[in-house]
Design a protein around this ligand. Sequence first.
Ligand SMILES: [Zn+2]
Length: 196
Amino acid sequence: MKKVQFELMQPQEIIDAKKSWNSMKSFYLPEEIFALGVRIYLEKLVVQGYRLIVMVNGHGATNQIQTLERLAKEFSNERKVTVLTAFVAMPDENGVIDYGHASAAETSKVMAIHPEAVNLSRLPVKEKPLKYRYWAVVDSDAFLGRPNADFEVQDDPRLMANPQRGEELLNHAVKQIVEKVRHEIESWTEDKEKVK
Ligand SMILES: [Zn+2]
């Protein structure tokens, strides 16, 4: 009954869209299951002799990031390996990290690497604002507790997403991750104690 009432509150375009393409619920795994999966990978890589493992997370979320950091610390402290974590959204020149989900920034990144996976025409016409709640397109600021007053997308993928932007964001992230890895390796040669 509740579900029917909720459907009635939604604009017709949402109800129509859901009928045609949103028939399957997202397949989320609880963080403890995620942790077990990552732990097995790390174990196997340690057995294969890797000395430095970098886990690059491209999507979030807070609990999963904490899980990766916890495992990185545990393995680095207890095993013959150094494990680093990195996030594909790295700080820009102002130190700001864009955590937007399906926003123009994230959509641009997918356009750069898998353009066939993006079909912006499935969204409503550009004149209609996108509500976070209906389209699961969410600005970085909203994740940081500063949503738009109307809970509408500002970094609008229909207006601001393009493969060039995605490529720039990815290149920027790669550059910073490479620096982080290089810094780690250089610290090994300076301080032999760290070479396990
Ligand atoms: Zn996302």
